[in-house]
Write a protein that binds this ligand. Structure first.
Ligand code: 5CA
Length: 437
């Protein structure tokens, strides 16, 4: 992509409305713009990151055996009356009336709708277990939308729903998602710690939040100091095998959210306990028959008797993750994207757009990167080197290749790694090689 033809409205100054670094950087780097409180448009650069995050989430859900669907954003109120949550949800739910005076709502979550789909289609225990997920916009009329996409009113969520015949099967489904989450966040370069959590309006008794430690996090959390040195799971897993050992291993070290932490009953001695703040990027729930019973989502068991299915639901804050990754990955100059979610892998800078030799060399290098399938943002604008360098540092692509007249005379380009700032001179071929692997 040529920057001269791109839509990247960068801001020089820190926007005053942004209180935390990720919000500031997302606005300054031209990733998002607010349309009204807690509601954002995603501009080209931000949208690319959102899609990368979404794709990692999708691949790991698929690997764990979940099946992707797409449910609508607008749901009928009747379904929520069946589960009893229509009144419970209160002002957080955006209620809509259509032209026929039918009560509708913009979905804050999808337990009711998926249960309705399931009960209409599945009648026998032979069709279990199943896990269905979608990645769809949600609306919650939060009292205090803040911190940009971190606590939005409209936000993108991955929500999965599992259906099992019995509690044992449901725990296995829970474990699958638990392990898939560890892998998902690790792939984004994040350390997300699974913590025992309260179930709130979703319900149930077994629940974990996945928390990234960050000073700007909204949740107060407590964990064993050893977590700070513990790496999260990044290896391949056989999802059909026994996952209980994984679950046990990653829950053996103490970690709990404020609501679940009782200082008097805490098993960790005070000097070994970390009290910190964290960002909740995922939340999983096992709630048994809370929805299947009132909504009559039943199957016939092996002996013909009706059984209410055991359910769980599993959420990931896809749009929140974009902010969370920036909170974890930035420096004074701007964002430092992990390669897996970077909007482009490399920024190509032509130092002298007006110089024929530089332009030919940079155009040629750009063509070769494209041919090799390397995602590149090419700064071909007629701007000063300082402007180009600070723009590239701000948007945080993992690598930069700088082509200028002095280097060209020596037959070299400059290769810079954004993370450590290390610069090396090398031939264009060597730089191409480095980027193609
Ligand atoms: N039905 C369940 C699981 S699918 C559910 O809705 N869980 S949740 O309420 O915990 O939300 C799932 C995830 O969505 C959270 O872990 C969080 O990462 C994200 N999320 C929740 N509210 C917001 C919000 N206002 N803005 C951005 N992300 C949010």
């Amino acid at each position: 992509m040529r920057l001269s033809a791109y839509f990247l409205p960068l801001l020089r100054e820190n926007p005053t409305e942004a209180q935390i670094v990720s919000h500031r950087l997302m606005l300054r780097a031209g990733m998002v713009r607010q349309s009204s409180a807690g509601i954002y448009s995603w501009l080209p650069l931000g949208f690319r990151v959102l899609q990368k995050v979404e794709q990692i989430v999708r691949e790991e859900q698929d690997a764990a055996g979940a099946l992707e669907v797409l449910m609508p954003t607008i749901q009928p109120a009747e379904l929520w009356r069946e589960s009893g949550r229509y009144e419970d949800y209160g002002k957080e739910m955006l209620r809509i009336t259509d032209r026929h005076e039918r009560e509708m709502l913009y979905g804050p979550t999808n337990e009711e709708l998926i249960t309705d789909i399931f009960r209409g289609a599945v009648k026998s225990y032979r069709d279990l277990p199943r896990n269905l997920y979608h990645i769809q916009w949600k609306f919650r009329d939060e009292v205090r939308p803040r911190f940009g996409v971190m606590r939005g009113r409209e936000f993108l969520m991955k929500d999965a729903y599992s259906f099992d015949l019995d509690a044992k099967g449901a725990k296995h489904s829970y474990n699958k998602m638990f392990v898939a989450y560890l892998r998902t966040f690790a792939r984004m370069g994040l350390k997300a710690i699974p913590m025992r959590a309260d179930t709130g309006p979703i319900g149930g008794d077994l629940s974990h939040e996945f928390i990234i430690l960050a000073e700007t996090g909204e949740s107060a959390v407590f964990c064993d100091k050893a977590w700070l040195q513990t790496d999260v799971l990044g290896t391949d897993v056989d999802f059909n095998g026994d996952l209980e050992p994984f679950f046990k291993k990653w829950t053996s070290l103490y970690a709990a959210t404020e609501e679940m932490h009782d200082p008097k009953a805490c098993p960790v001695p005070e000097d070994q306990l970390v009290s910190a703040r964290g960002i909740e990027v995922g939340h999983i729930f096992n709630f048994g028959t809370k929805y299947s019973k009132p909504m009559k989502a039943v199957v016939s068991g092996p002996d013909g008797a009706e059984i209410a299915v055991e359910m769980g639901s599993y959420g990931i804050g896809v749009s929140r993750l974009v902010g969370a990754i920036i909170e974890a990955c930035h420096d004074d100059a701007g964002i430092v994207w992990p390669e897996s979610v970077a909007p482009f892998k490399v920024g190509l800078i032509n130092l002298r757009a007006g110089d024929e030799k530089c332009r030919t060399a940079a155009d040629d290098f750009y063509k070769k990167l494209n041919a090799a399938g390397v995602e590149v943002l090419y700064d071909d604008r007629d701007e000063s080197p300082g402007v180009k360098f600070s723009a590239m540092d701000l948007i945080g692509l993992p690598y930069q290749v700088v082509i200028g007249p002095r280097g060209l005379d020596k037959g070299v380009v400059e290769f810079k790694s954004r993370r450590d700032g290390k610069r090396e001179e090398m031939s264009p071929e060597a730089a191409l090689n480095r980027l193609s692997t």
